[in-house]
Design a protein around this ligand. Structure first.
Ligand code: ADP
Length: 190
């Protein structure tokens, strides 16, 4: 299996490029943000709890997202691999993900971090706000999400660096350009 963790600040383009990698490599796309938004739309208890945190640019508790991911992975296996988009966001989630994969006789192949400047992130998110209308894409919540990224999320990459599974790509150009860089990393590994 090819199991990629796609990493990077909000607005780096994880979702867009994940969809392209999925097409190329026939992987299953798992976006915790998308699953949480579906829960909010359904009005489930989980959605109500998560919705408030998301609206404030805070993280949803580890147990909640880990349980969601565990169910999702179990349901999709067997498959040729996963692309995890927006998960793991904490070291605890990274450890749990290893356990989830190990229980299926699989492992994380690599983390690929998308790098892009803060100005560009804000520009992209504000333009996405007009198209998608996501309630957490307002300037105040965007700033809070970027702060959460620096304070809490970024350190998660150390877990993969320590295992020599960490790669970076420049995500400041087009999604196609980012995709090409990702595919060349994947090819080098395989
Ligand atoms: P972005 O990458 O632009 O922040 P996402 O759709 O990945 O967008 O996430 C939106 C929000 O959902 C996050 O700000 C956070 O509140 C919540 N969320 C998503 N994934 C996780 C996760 N793995 N752990 C905790 N909270 C999460």
């Amino acid at each position: 299996m090819l199991n990629i963790v796609l990493f990077g600040p909000p607005g780096a383009g994880k979702g867009t490029v994940a969809k392209k990698v999925v097409e190329e490599k026939k992987l299953v796309h798992l976006s915790t943000g998308d699953i949480l938004r579906e829960e909010i739309e359904r009005g489930s208890a989980l959605g109500k709890e998560a919705g408030q945190l998301i609206a404030q640019g805070q993280l949803v508790p580890d147990e909640v997202v880990v349980a969601m991911v565990r169910e999702f992975v179990k349901r999709k296996i067997p498959c040729s691999g996963f692309i995890f988009d927006g998960f793991p966001r904490t070291t605890e989630q990274a450890k749990e993900l290893d356990a989830i994969m190990a229980a299926q006789g699989a492992a994380i192949t690599m983390m690929i971090a998308l790098e892009v400047s803060e100005d560009e992130i804000i520009r992209r998110m504000l333009s996405r706000a007009e198209i998608e209308g996501r309630p957490d894409d307002t300037i105040d919540v965007i700033r809070k999400r970027i702060a959460t990224y620096h304070e809490k999320i970024k350190v998660t990459s150390d877990y993969y660096k320590a295992q020599n599974k960490y790669y970076t790509v420049d995500s400041s150009l087009t999604p196609e350009n980012t995709l090409r860089q990702i595919l060349s990393i994947v090819k080098g590994e395989g």
